[in-house]
Design a binder for this molecule. Structure first.
Ligand code: GUE
Length: 302
C-alpha cells in the first residue's frame, strides 16, 4: 500500500488564507497592518531566496514588510543596533534574523536581543521557556515545528494520545521544539540523535516519525513502522548528474520512495514542511500583532 503524500503546499495555502483573513480584520481594528521585518546578513544565495520569498508572502498578506540586507562585514554591534531600532518601532510586530549568521557574530546574543513579543521565530529564551512550560497561549512557537504539527494533525487529528513519537535530531530550532509540541498533544516522545544506539530500531517504534538530522536520505524504508506518519524536515541539496553536468536536486532526511511503501502518510521534499515554514511565519506575525494589541490570539491549526 502506497502512503498518502501529505500536500504541504496545499495545507500551507489554507494557513496563509487564514493569516490573510486575520490580517485584514486586524488592520482596521488596530489602525495599522501587521508589520514584519526580515534581516539578512551576508550574501548566501539560498538565504537570499528564502528571505525574498518571506518578504513576498508578507506583502501578499497585506503586511507592512521590511527587508534589511546587511553586508557580510556587518559587526555584531551594528546588527544589535538594528534589532534595537526594530524593537522600538511600534509598527513592527515580527522580527526575523535569518540564520546562519556570519561566524563573527554571536548568534545567541542577537537572538536574545529580539523583543520576545516580536520573536516570530520563537527562538528567544522567553518563548522557549513558555513552550517548555506548556504556556502555549502566550508563546510564539518556532515556524517549522508549528508547521510540522499541522501536517501531522492533518492525518491523525489533534490528539496523539497513545502514540509513540520519535524525533530524530535535537536542534534548538527544530528537534527540541517539535518534541515539546508532540508532548503537549499527549504523544509519548523520544528524542533520538547521532549518538543514539541502534537508531533504526528506535525509529521502528515510531507511530509518528520526525526526521530533522540534515543528512540526505539517512532514514531508510526498513526504519519505518508500518502505518507510521513520517514528517521529513530535511532539506538537502545533492548533486544530480542525471539532470546534467553540475545540476542538483533537493532531498530530505528520509529515503522517501522506500518509506512510502511502508508508511501511512509522508511529507515530500520539496513541497512538504518547507512551504509550511513560510506560512507559519505569516501566522506568527499576525499572532504577534494581535497579542501586542491585546486582541485574542487567532487560530491557525486544523
Ligand atoms: N531565522 C530563521 N528562520 C527560519 O525559518 C529559517 C532561517 N532562519 N534560516 C534558513 C531556514 C530554512 N528555511 C526554509 C523555509 C522555507 C523553505 C521552503 O519553502 N522550501 C521549499 C523548496 C525551496 C527550494 O526549492 O529551495 C520546499 O521545501 O518545498 C525552505 C527552508 C527557513 N529557515
Amino acid at each position: 500500500m502506497a502512503a498518502e503524500i501529505i500536500d504541504g503546499k496545499a495545507i500551507a495555502q489554507t494557513v496563509l488564507a487564514k493569516a490573510r483573513a486575520a490580517a485584514s480584520a486586524f488592520t482596521p481594528r488596530a489602525g495599522r497592518p501587521p508589520g514584519l521585518a526580515v534581516v539578512l546578513v551576508g550574501e548566501d544565495p539560498a538565504s537570499q531566496v528564502y528571505v525574498r520569498n518571506k518578504s513576498r508572502e508578507a506583502e501578499a498578506a497585506g503586511f507592512r514588510s521590511e527587508q534589511h540586507n546587511l553586508p557580510v562585514t556587518t559587526t555584531e554591534a551594528e546588527l544589535l543596533a538594528l534589532v534595537a531600532r526594530l524593537n522600538a518601532d511600534p509598527g513592527i510586530d515580527g522580527i526575523l534574523v535569518q540564520l546562519p549568521l556570519p561566524r563573527t557574530i554571536d548568534t545567541d546574543r542577537v537572538l536574545m536581543a529580539v523583543d520576545p513579543a516580536k520573536d516570530v521565530d520563537g527562538f528567544h529564551p522567553v518563548n522557549v521557556g513558555l513552550l517548555g512550560s506548556g504556556a502555549t497561549a502566550r508563546a510564539l512557537v518556532p515556524c517549522t515545528p508549528a508547521g510540522s504539527l499541522i501536517l501531522i494533525e492533518s492525518v491523525l487529528g489533534p490528539s496523539l494520545a497513545g502514540k509513540q513519537a520519535v524525533v530524530v535530531g535535537r536542534s534548538n530550532i527544530v528537534g527540541k521544539p517539535i518534541a515539546q509540541l508532540l508532548l503537549q498533544r499527549d504523544a509519548t516522545v523520544t528524542i533520538a540523535h547521532s549518538k543514539t544506539a541502534d537508531l533504526a530500531a528506535v525509529c521502528r517504534r515510531a507511530d509518528v516519525l520526525v526526521a530533522a538530522v540534515g543528512r540526505p536520505e539517512m532514514i531508510r524504508g526498513d526504519w519505518i513502522r508500518p502505518g507510521a506518519v513520517v514528517v521529513d524536515v530535511g532539506i538537502n541539496r545533492i548533486p544530480a548528474p542525471e539532470r546534467g553536468e553540475g545540476r542538483t536536486r533537493l532531498v530530505g532526511d528520509v529515503a522517501t520512495r522506500e518509506a512510502a511503501e511502508i508508511a501511512r502518510a509522508i511529507t515530500p521534499v520539496p513541497g512538504g514542511v518547507g512551504p509550511m515554514t513560510i506560512a507559519l511565519l505569516m501566522a506568527n506575525t499576525v499572532t504577534a500583532a494581535h497579542l501586542r494589541e491585546g486582541l485574542p490570539r487567532p487560530v491557525f491549526g486544523a
